[in-house]
Design a binder for this molecule. Structure first.
Ligand SMILES: Cc1ncc(COP(=O)(O)O)c(C=O)c1O
Length: 428
């Protein structure tokens, strides 16, 4: 007998990113030499001062339930952070703290979606968005945004996607999986459309805001302050402070929405962990933000390295990421190529499988993000791992042949020349 799951449960999949990570871990567990570039997770450890703040909170006995929407100290620290940067007046009553940005998004959709309500998701998108919409009975409406538009939504596409059932537009900048960053003119153009459609709320996911390699323009709420009454900002500690396991995220929204999300959270988790909140408050209030700057520099360096190496591989192309820690690699040029075992690559899923089979490089196929043929590679890994992975990708591609002349095509790609700037892989 199959277990009697609800319709809701059957609408939802295990996160494809988690699934790809599990496959890589299983192979590694079986003794394969695997380089996993699947997770959206800083490889850095949480800075020591933040850990010590949690230890101090523990010593003070902060081991109990906290107020459901978050401790007064953390909500104040978040409001203060937004006052400093980007310079927005936020009151603690407009702040909602949860178990990661993911649960902020969940709570917001639970609080606002009725069956059939539409949520606009520019593609490529972070795969959790459509599934969290589905859990909450909503209908994800995918709006394709191709590479020519820098993977960004524009006014015309937004206008034509809006219907009377549209409840939310989701924007993610810097974006997962493309690293695209919206400029203020692009935001202004979207705001102009939204003003004509007062039923549409805006979820601006800015969880990668501190990981940006281009100058920060004005914030969405500075470009369109009049849309504040229908905007939810989503942010958190995971990416900025290398605190993924602490599970602290927050939303900034009109107090009415915060109250509704708080009521839901009171029945789901009672709130976020006391120690995580104490650590996050300390992270935000610290005068020393050197970790954030150093991490950003490391990601920027790796973004450039990745773009250089990928663009030197025939058949692959990468629009250089402007933020976050992902490369969304166009692999259209590999579709139709043939593996040495005679199997053709028919999709980005096949490309991903080939990279794993041949060289033990684990990445996630573009199908998971709503735009193919691409794969996402996370460069939130140590420099040496990234360099080795890029060399291996070049080698995996060099081993493919074209269908017409399968026998000698493999020799047409000079992998060494392509990856010349990278150090030699030790265990090649
Ligand atoms: C675009 C985006 N939003 C939100 C999150 C949620 O992160 P967390 O729940 O750790 O705060 C992630 C994590 O991968 C993400 O990529």
């Amino acid at each position: 007998m199959t277990f009697p799951l609800s319709q809701r449960a059957r609408r939802v999949r295990l996160s494809p990113i988690a699934a790809a990570g599990q496959r890589a871990a299983a192979l590694a567990g079986a003794g394969r030499d695997v380089l996993a570039l699947t997770a959206g997770e800083p490889e850095f450890d949480t800075p020591e001062a933040i850990k010590q703040a949690a230890v101090a909170a523990l010593a003070r006995g902060e081991t109990r339930y906290t107020p459901t929407a978050g401790t007064a100290a953390l909500r104040r620290a978040i409001a203060n952070r937004y006052a400093r940067e980007p310079g927005l007046a936020v009151t603690p009553a407009e702040v909602f703290v949860s178990n990661g940005g993911k649960q902020v998004i969940y709570s917001a959709f639970a609080a606002t979606l009725d069956a059939g309500d539409e949520v606009l998701l520019p593609a490529p998108y972070w795969p959790s968005f459509p599934d969290i919409v589905r859990i909450n009975d909503g209908s994800p409406v995918i709006v394709p945004c191709d590479e020519r538009s820098g993977f960004k939504l524009d006014a015309a596409r937004l206008e034509s996607a809006i219907t009377p059932r549209t409840r939310w537009l989701v924007l993610n900048t810097p974006a997962n999986p493309t690293g695209a960053v919206y400029g203020s003119e692009e935001l202004a153009a979207l705001a102009a459309v939204l003003r004509r459609h007062p039923q549409v709320l805006v979820l601006l996911d800015e969880i990668y805001e501190q990981i940006r390699f281009v100058a920060a323009g004005p914030h969405w709420l500075q470009v369109a302050p009049d849309l504040r009454e229908r905007t939810l900002l989503v942010n958190g500690a995971s990416k900025t402070y290398a605190m993924t396991g602490w599970r602290i995220g927050w939303g900034i929204a009109p107090a009415e929405l915060v109250q509704a999300m708080t009521a839901i959270q009171s029945q789901v988790s009672s709130g976020a962990s006391a120690l995580g909140q104490a650590a996050t408050a300390a992270a935000l209030e610290a005068t020393d933000q050197a970790f954030v700057v150093q991490a950003r520099e490391a990601y920027a360096r790796r973004a450039a390295l990745t773009a250089q190496a990928i663009n030197a591989i025939p058949g692959l192309r990468l629009l250089a990421p402007q933020g976050a820690f992902f490369a969304y690699v166009n692999c259209a040029g590999l579709i139709g190529k043939v593996r040495p075992d005679g199997r053709p690559l028919a999709s980005d899923g096949d490309v991903v499988e080939w990279l794993l089979d041949s060289e033990g490089v684990a990445v996630v196929d573009g199908g998971a993000y709503g735009l193919s043929p691409y794969f996402r590679l996370s460069f939130a890994v140590a420099d040496a791992v990234l360099e080795q992975a890029l060399r291996r990708i070049a080698r995996a591609v060099a081993a493919l042949s074209s269908p017409a002349n399968a026998a000698d095509a493999a020799g047409t790609v000079d992998a060494d020349a392509l990856t010349a700037p990278l150090p030699q892989e030790a265990a090649a």
